[in-house]
Unconditional design. Sequence first.
Length: 430
Amino acid sequence: MKTVRIGIVLPEDARRELRVRSLADMLRVNGERSDKTTWTLHAEGETIDDGDRRVAKLSIEPVTTPEQPQLVVENVRAGRGFHWEQAINITLPGTIEVTVRDDALMLVNELPLETYLAGVLTSEMSGECPLEFLKAQCVTARSWMIAATERKHADLGIDFCNDDCCQRFQGIASVTDAARRAADETAGEVMVHDSGVVVDANYSKSCGGIVEAPVHVWGHDKPGQYAVADGPADDGVARFFPLAADAVVDYVGGSWLKRCRAWCSPNVVPDADLPRYLGRIDDGGGHFRWRVSYTADELCAILNRKRRLSASRIRDLAVTRRGVSGRATAMTVDYVADDGGRRTETIEDQYAIRDALSASFLYSSAFDIRVARDAEGWPTRIELIGAGWGHGAGLCQIGALGMALSGFDYRAILHHYFTNMQIERIGGTS
Ligand SMILES: [Zn+2]
Ligand SMILES: [Zn+2]
């Protein structure tokens, strides 16, 4: 795999018009040299109208090297469906291909694999991160790509999309020398499990103190991934691992947190420093611990919308199953329906729970539920006190950053988050 095809604008974005700007003096458009500087592309039936012609496929290729910035695509969706969704302009190298699919424009970027990885590094986090963090993130992202067990978009003829659904790729405008160096110095390196397979290496923003086991996220084990306390052996977080149901309250909100030295905790990576390390579409804090508060009516409305319930009143909420990091994997909502009957809604899977309990999307499903009630016992206010950001399995990005800031090199970081594996250089990717 020397080049990759990344879906930048997908059919689901339902775009009928796209604006593209050239950064090069000369490009090749459907094989012919062109010095055009901007394109406004429209979907017209099965074809694309670029102002000059109608074609079934528009291909814009560089005349010189594929690693250099060539084009800017305006208003690309980033963070589809998450609380951080926004439209951004992105700068792309390589070749751009535009087609019409399902009545919408689809835009694919084909580019060299290592150029793509440098772009992933500075989209997932910022290029300001220390080199050893960037190298650890790079080997993790490369392993995930090469293992490629999740081909979510094979029907679209692309390897990956540009978003959190696969891994973030927001172009190469923010690529720094450190990101380029991290990709170069680890070129071709992946984690290989003792069984011989490349580790299908996942990562998320913050585990919250305990790295989750893959079985509690995807329903099955993954070779090379495991659950672990994300801190030094003598840190207080180790005593919570694996997290028992009766320890959740203390884990998410106890006074021990003031002294906690978990790699992803604000005592190691201060919240004030995070904005310069995080990706450009992430909101400020690290969300090692967070709180979300609703009136009972607000949460009832959210649940009605997200779960298509017809609830008039919530009676109670309870987590019925958790993973080893405290992430809820099953919960129940008892409510009174519009017809007056009592019902129970069961929500399974951490992703579905994060979706159900937020107007947009909850940071994680590792939370304790606190319910304030009126004199008759009806909930008035519901508060979620939570830990971590993301599914929490595999590499903890803020934790890996904390380890790098504490002096660990990328190999030590990877051996902390993954197990029974070696870091090996494989052919054909450098
Ligand atoms: Zn995807
Ligand atoms: Zn962590």
